[in-house]
Design a protein around this ligand. Structure first.
Ligand code: MN
Ligand code: MN
Length: 461
């Protein structure tokens, strides 16, 4: 009697493994395999755009350009400068009834090359870097790194560079101090023990014969010139980044977890797309946004603050003679981004009652931000009730969870840059262990429930 009353009255998180059938567990593990391939092929936003376009084209999506006619049943993608992507399909319901939007981001914390990066010192060649996003600098030393990106020559010619992913490739590296001489460094705070200007990329140590000076730098430039046809000035017009060279791997003896660079936020981007492709006939029009620059504030022409979203929504409204304001007001957006997962090794930073738990499904955050709900999109009770309703209808294992204890820090998402356009928005995403580290951990069950949750969002009311 007392137990049934507890069931009736208390909010309890559901562990996926307690309710899933063996077939559903197999489905979650199978889903993870394809997700891991996506991760390995999408380590930068440019690569994620390319792999996502290939996925979309296989589903019949066609490139959209401004001014093009839009048709009911049409499936389109807008490639924004190769660094952010909008996928949208027009359903049978009037677009004035609103678009279901799922917005994830495809940039991840990393190290970018400085404008003029190459130098030699102490018998080694190095690249100078500028870190991108919220990295913990001590995690990036003494680990294999890969160089990814493009050089655009003055002529406009684009040269793609990937070094360190093929098993036959060399990898790159950042030196760390030996413990024998680390006494002073050991007493430094974690945040400053590795200064940002020490994150220099080790490139080699062999001199170029016949050179008078800068022999090692010259050897590296010569190698780059032979392989890619570039000269030192070409670094000025390049987007080159260092990312971990490791591939996505199963983690744990039960293989229930996935370790990888860049789960944040491909772990929401990928399910946002697979759920879209699984429901090609949903009545409501649907849009998936894969944004760039989230990790550095969503600024710029490929970030979520760019007015491109409005331009595209305006074109959709215009094409079907819908009222633009009404269409936006009736739209709903999921800001699909990761959240912190309870970690018993650091239990003290979490509010145990309000944190996301591993394997308890995709997690909704009513508010993000920091301090007294500063810089957050605080989703309304009405919108959260809608989420509860569609999750129940779709039989999705999901949970509510926020980042951590009050006043310990916090973080933002793209949510506030979408809701400000009069589009109700709520944060939902996969819980992550060791977020922003070179090898983040998520649960296969939670990734699978993200796919289920987004499918419910696209199809249910
Ligand atoms: Mn994120
Ligand atoms: Mn992040």
């Amino acid at each position: 009697m007392s137990e049934s009353k507890k069931d009736l009255l208390c909010y309890k998180k559901t562990n996926f493994y307690e309710v899933a059938t063996p077939e559903q567990i197999d489905a979650a593990y199978d889903y993870a395999k394809d997700y891991m391939k996506y991760l390995d092929a999408s380590k930068t936003e440019r690569e994620a755009v390319a792999t996502s376009i290939a996925m979309a084209e296989a589903q019949g999506y066609v490139p959209y350009t401004f001014g093009m006619a839009l048709a009911q049943g049409g499936k389109y993608y807008y490639n924004n400068r190769g660094r952010s992507l909008f996928l949208f399909r027009i359903g049978s319901a009037p677009v004035a009834e609103g678009i279901r939007i799922c917005a994830a981001h495809i940039d991840s914390p990393r190290l970018d090359l400085k404008q003029s990066p190459l130098y030699e010192d102490g018998g080694f060649g190095f690249f100078k870097t500028r870190y991108y996003g919220g990295i913990r600098k001590y995690q990036w030393v003494a680990t294999p790194l890969a160089l990814h990106g493009v050089v655009i020559k003055q002529s406009g010619e684009s040269v793609s560079i990937t070094i360190g992913e093929d098993d036959a490739d060399p990898v790159l590296y950042i030196n760390d101090l030996l413990p024998h001489l680390g006494q002073n460094q050991n007493s430094q705070p974690l945040g400053t023990a590795i200064p940002a200007e020490n994150l220099n990329i080790l490139l080699g140590s062999r001199p170029l014969e016949g050179e008078e000076s800068d022999k090692i730098k010259m050897n590296i430039l010569n190698l780059l010139n032979q392989k890619y046809g570039i000269v030192e000035e070409d670094f000025l017009s390049a987007d080159l980044s260092l990312v971990p060279a490791a591939k996505a791997r199963d983690v744990g003896l039960d293989r229930s977890l996935i370790g990888s660079y860049g789960h944040d936020d491909r772990v929401c981007a990928y399910p946002a797309m697979t759920a879209l492709f699984e429901n090609p006939d949903a009545a409501r029009s649907t849009m998936v946004i894969l944004a760039d620059k989230e990790e550095i504030g969503s600024d710029g022409d490929t970030g979520m603050q760019c007015e491109l979203l409005l331009d595209l929504l305006y074109e959709i409204a215009k094409a079907f003679d819908a009222n633009f304001g009404q269409m936006k007001a009736n739209s709903i957006c999921l800001s699909a981004d990761v959240t912190a997962c309870f970690d018993p090794n650091f239990a003290e930073v979490f509010d145990g009652k309000n944190v996301s738990r591993i394997n308890c499904g995709v997690a909704m955050c009513k508010y993000t931000g920091h301090g007294g709900k500063v810089a957050t999109n605080d989703a309304s009770a009405e919108l959260v009730a809608f989420i509860r309703r569609i999750m129940a209808k779709g039989e999705v294992v999901w949970q509510a969870g926020d980042m951590g204890k009050n006043d310990l820090g916090g973080g933002g998402t793209v949510a506030k840059y979408i809701s400000k356009h009069n589009i109700p928005t709520v944060d939902i995403g996969v819980p992550v262990i060791a977020m922003h580290s070179p090898f983040e951990i998520v649960s296969k069950a939670d990734v699978y429930t993200a796919h289920k949750a987004f499918a419910a969002f696209y199809t249910l009311d």
